[in-house]
Every structure is written in C-alpha cells, then in structure tokens.
Design a protein. Structure first.
Lengths: 350, 304
C-alpha cells in the first residue's frame, strides 16, 4: 500500500514532463516509420524549436520579464560549434582571426556541444550580471540592445565569422532522434528548474516584486540563475540548429528567429511549460500547411498557390489575436496534470 | 577644424532625422505606454507608396509622379491612415495590457506590415529617383553640405517648434500632455481617451511620412527594411532620453545621432565596423545608471 502511493506520487511529480514527452516520442516514431523526407525534416526542425522556446520559457515564464535577446545566445553557441567542427580545410584561410586551437583543430561532436552550450551560459552570465539589475520594461529593452550588439559584432567580425556571409560544410548529425533527445533534455531541465526553490523564488518575484523582496528573496540572483539556465538551453537549440542545417549565417540568429520563437511562446502561453511546447507544435503545423499551400494545391485543372509572405502575415495576425483575446496563450497558466488525481484532490478539498 | 565642422553637420543631420522618429515613438508611448516598433514600417510603407506595386526593380512612380505638394500630402496621408488603422485594429484592444505585451504586439504588427510590403512589392531593393536636385552640395561658410541635410535640419526644427506650440497652446495638446502625465486621472477629468490616442497616432504618422520622404531623397533606394535601423536607433533614443518625456525623446535622438557619427569618424579604423555595438552598449550603460532615462517625468516613477 505504502509502495503504491509512492509510485503514484512519483508519477504525479513526473506527469507534467511525461505528458509532454510521450506524445513527442509517438510523433517521432510515426514520422520515422511513415513520414517522407520532407516531413522528417519538418518534425526535426520543430523539435529544435522546442529546445529554443522551452529555453526562452525558463527565463520569460518564471521571471515574467520578456527577453528579446536570447537568440543571441543561440547564435553564440552556434558559432562556437561551427568554429570547432567546420571545414578543416577552409577554416585556416577564411577565418584567420580565430585562435590556433580553433583554427587548426577539429573537435568531436560531443565535446563541441558541451563547450558551445557552456559558452552560451558564460555569455548569459556576463550579460545577466549587468542586465538583471534592471526590471520591467527597462530589462526587456536592454535585452533587445544585447541582441543588436551581438548582431553588430558578429556581422562585422569578418576574419572570425566571415561577416554576413554563410559558412557551409558544418557536419550534420541532427536527425529526428537527436532532435528528440534535445527536446527531452530541454523539457526536463525546465521542469527541474521550475520545481526547484530557485524557480519558485523567481516566480514569487514575478508575481509581486515587493512582497518577494520583503520575504527575503533576491530579485537579482534568482533572475540571474534563470537567465543563465535559459541561455544555456537556448544555446543548445542553436547548436542543434547549426548541425541540422549544415550552414550558418548571422542573420539566421536575428530578428526573424526572435520573432518566430516569441510568437510560439506567446501563442502557447508564456507562463506554462506545456504552453511552450504546444505553441511550437501549433505554429510549426500551421507553417507546414502554408508551405504546402505556397507550393501550390491542385484543384482539378487549375493550380492554386498562396503568394509568399502570407504565412508570416497569418502568423503575426494569429499572435495579435492571441494577445487580444487569450492573453495567457492556449494553455493559460496551467500545466498538464494527472487528471484523475486532480479530481481526487478536489473531492478531498470539499 | 574644418573637418570637425563637417562631421558635426553630418552628426546634427542624422540626429535630426532620429529625433523625428524618436518623437513619434515618444509621443505614442506617452499616451498609451506602447513602444511602437511598427513606426519603422510606417516609414517603409510611406516610401513604397511613391511607386506602383510591381515586381520591377525600377518601378513606375505612383504618388511620386504627382506635383511636389500633392506628393508630400499623399505620402503623409497614406502613413497617417496606416497609423490610425494599426491603432484601431491592433493596439486599441490591448490598451490596458502591460508595456511588455504591448511591445510584443507592436513587433507582430511590424512583422505583418513588413511581409505585406513584401507581398505587394517583392523583397528586393528598388531604386527610385525623387528630389535628386536636393542631393547636390551647397557651400555654407566654406563647408560643402548636401542640400538634403539642410532640408532635414530645417524640417526638424520647424516640426519641433510646431509640435511644442501644439502641445502648449492648443486644447488638444494640453489634453495630450495631461494624458501622458496620468491617463486615468485625465480621463476622469473629461479628456477623451480615444481621441487623444488617435491624435498621437496621427502625429506619429505625420512624422513617419516626413522621415520616409527625407530618407528616400537621401538614399534613392526602397528596401523593405529601410525603416528598421532608424527605428531601432530612435527606439533607444527614447529610452536614453526618458520614456514618456518628449523633450527627452528629441534630446535622445540627437544624442544617438551625434554619438554614432562621432564614433564612425573617430573610432580607430579596426573598431569602426562595430560602431553600432558601441551605440547599443551606451544604451545599456545609461539604463544602468539611470533606468528611467535622462529626463524623468512624474508618471514614470513607480508607485508601490
């Protein structure tokens, strides 16, 4: 009897993760067995977006501060991964500004991923040390300034990043299953952080700064912890992205990706981990439908296709509608819980 | 010395342009706590209104073919109507949201408009020749100044004076200042909220249309991102100046313009490409020292 209730307690605790992870697993198995090459790529791309958006959620959801700068961390990690793994032949000639240990050597994919994520974490730490002193709108604006600084530096640092040009020849190892692994890691990290005392403190500060401070919670340190963890998870997303595409350019980590990932988070619900995942799934599905429409649909003798740009306009309109009519996104502020137990607790409460 | 004067003229001209954009952003922020990122797309669409929507790279003129006064009026009208439409459709329903939500919504509006332009005009840059007579340099006190810079400074000065007169002397302007100071209290005292906000958007549209025309004469190029850089700089200018303070916005615009031209001219050669990074870094430094900006207005103080 004792054992059984502890199993249920365990299950209840792990449920918000399982309920997100299991459907993803099923989707990946189905895509792997029956999907076309194109569909597999779409699903992999969505899994990578899950990593990035869940990373964003760790900071935005728990602290309530909207950050526009996190894609910069994805970019930093992605460039690090590029330097460590890309094009051994070309690198010494095209990227002369790199230090020798990066310019002349090529590293294994595991160590690359670890170092790149650590680099993103370090960048987040350094920037966070400065920016987390601010709160509210000033903090949001300065994260945007940080993104612009990242872009201005990387777009012009010609002998290290090749400026605005694309770097090609990066090993591509990210398949469906690697993407799934990344998404698992991100979701578990976000959940563990969320139920830790640091996550609780960050949410307390989000809901009422003054009361949280009066209870002895440091706004600065708790926000900084969230910022660094989310920077690392977003960095992981950047690493996966670059090893999925095989190319990198600085504009791939700028306003468009920032907007797309923020839209996913807003649509799903900024204050719920489930919302982050749901938002990615919904918007990726919509994007896929539009991609097919833009390619053209055969209607008898005529071939109809929507003009390019409609997808983005639809996305922006959807985001506005969500902001206007359902401010907390599709998921509201809720996580998915074990339904039976919730009913049981409600009965107990009566 | 001569060289320095030349740099200063450039700096003030860029500063004027940014001050106009910053004023538009600051005015709207004052009345509804919205940082309107779509201001950049107002500028872009104002410029694109000059030509017929086609895929051609050297498109036929549309509003741009009209005589100058009608052309100016036409562009201003298009941008004002656009600004009012975005306010009505997107921003009005969100009026009571927090500033961060409003900022996200203005990103969404901006993204929408940018792709609307792309849909109509394709994404490739186009060239358009309007007011080229203005780009020939004029000799002033031994300095060779492009005519458009003189025009930019004169227009900015005129608009600043007009705006100050409007805000200080007309009933609407006084109501707008009251709304910026304390929106709820102003409403209770009978200030019509919808009208005040609509007028703020009209003015931001007028300023945006003016900037479209000045920019297009200067560069001769249409690009779907042409409004982006001015609005980013102006956005930070309003932050530096103090959100909600109009004097602060104008001051911030000048400061950012002057700072970026000075950095461009006097940074060591190797660091010059990173000029923008220094300007944005400056923003963060100022925010750290004065989180509310250089000029703090009463309404910006947080109450507990």
């Amino acid at each position: 009897m004792m054992q059984k209730s502890s199993v249920i307690a365990c299950l209840e605790k792990a449920w918000p993760v399982l309920v997100l992870v299991l459907p993803l697993l099923v989707a990946v198995v189905l895509a792997d067995l029956y999907g076309s090459v194109l569909l597999k790529r779409t699903v992999t791309d969505a899994l990578i977006k899950i990593v990035i958006v869940v990373g964003l959620y760790i900071f935005i959801g728990n602290t309530g501060i909207v950050s526009f700068g996190h894609i910069g961390f994805a970019g930093i990690a992605a460039y690090f991964a590029t330097w460590m793994t890309c094009c051994a032949m070309m690198k010494p000639i095209t990227m002369t500004g790199l230090p020798d240990f990066l310019r002349l050597e090529t590293y294994s994919l595991w160590s690359t991923a670890l170092v790149s994520v650590a680099a993103a974490g370090l960048a987040a730490l350094l920037i966070g040390l400065v920016l987390m002193r601010l709160s509210g709108l000033a903090a949001s604006i300065s994260t945007l300034a940080a993104l612009f600084i990242f872009h201005a530096v990387y777009a012009n640092w010609d002998n290290v990043t090749m400026g605005r040009a694309s770097i090609v020849g990066i090993p591509t190892y990210v398949t469906l299953w690697v993407g799934l692994g990344g998404a698992f890691l991100a979701i578990i990290a976000a959940y563990l952080y969320q139920i830790s005392s640091y996550g609780l403190a960050a949410r307390a500060a989000r809901d009422d700064e003054v009361a949280a401070q009066a209870a002895g919670i440091s706004l600065y340190w708790n926000r900084l912890i969230a910022f660094v963890i989310s920077g690392m998870v977003v960095g992981l997303g950047g690493v996966l992205q670059v090893h999925f595409m095989g190319t990198i350019s600085v504009n791939a980590f700028y306003l468009n990706l920032t907007f797309l990932t923020l839209a996913m988070l807003v649509v799903g619900g900024m204050r719920s981990l489930a919302g982050a995942v749901v938002g990615v799934v919904v918007l990726s599905t919509i994007a896929d439908v539009f991609r097919r429409l833009e390619a053209g649909v055969d209607l008898g003798a005529t071939r109809l296709s929507t003009p390019t740009g409609t997808q983005e306009m639809f996305l922006a309109a959807l985001m506005l509608l969500i902001l206007i009519f359902r401010k907390d996104g599709l998921m509201g502020r809720r996580e998915l819980r074990l339904p039976r137990l919730r009913a049981g607790r409600a009965r107990a409460a009566q | 010395m001569r060289n320095f004067m030349q740099v200063m003229v450039d700096a003030v001209a860029l500063g004027s342009l940014l001050a106009l954009v910053a004023l538009a952003i600051g005015l709207v922020f004052g009345v509804m706590r919205l940082i309107n990122f779509a201001q950049g797309d107002y500028i872009t669409i104002g410029a694109y209104a000059l030509v017929v929507p086609t895929a051609s790279l050297t498109p036929a003129l549309f509003i741009g073919a009209l005589p100058v006064p009608l052309m100016v009026a036409g562009v201003l009208m298009v941008v004002v109507l656009l600004a009012l439409a975005t306010e009505r459709v997107a921003f009005r329903p969100l009026r009571n949201s927090d500033p961060a939500t409003l900022l996200i919504s203005s990103f969404a509006v901006s993204y929408f408009l940018q792709h609307l332009v792309m849909l109509l005009h394709t994404g490739r840059p186009k060239s358009v020749g309007i007011g080229q007579a203005l780009t020939t340099p004029i000799e002033i006190l031994g300095l060779r100044v492009p005519g458009i810079q003189v025009v930019t400074m004169a227009v900015t000065a005129a608009l600043l004076i007009a705006l100050v007169l409007f805000l200080k002397r007309t009933p609407m302007g006084i109501q707008m200042r009251a709304a910026a100071e304390n929106f709820q209290m102003a409403r209770l005292l009978g200030v019509p909220a919808n009208r005040v906000i609509a007028v703020a958007f009209v003015i931001s549209g007028l300023l945006g249309g003016t900037v479209s025309l000045l920019l297009i004469v200067q560069t001769g190029t249409l690009d779907i991102r042409m409004g982006l850089m001015p609005v980013i700089f102006a956005f930070f200018a309003t932050v530096i100046g103090g959100m909600g303070s109009l004097a602060g916005a104008a001051l911030g615009g000048f400061l950012v313009g002057v700072a970026s031209v000075l950095l461009q001219s006097y940074l060591p050669e190797g660091l010059r490409p990173f000029r923008d990074a220094f300007v944005f870094g400056l923003v963060i430094v100022i925010l750290l020292v004065r989180p509310k900006g250089l000029i703090v207005i009463g309404a910006a103080r947080e109450r507990v």
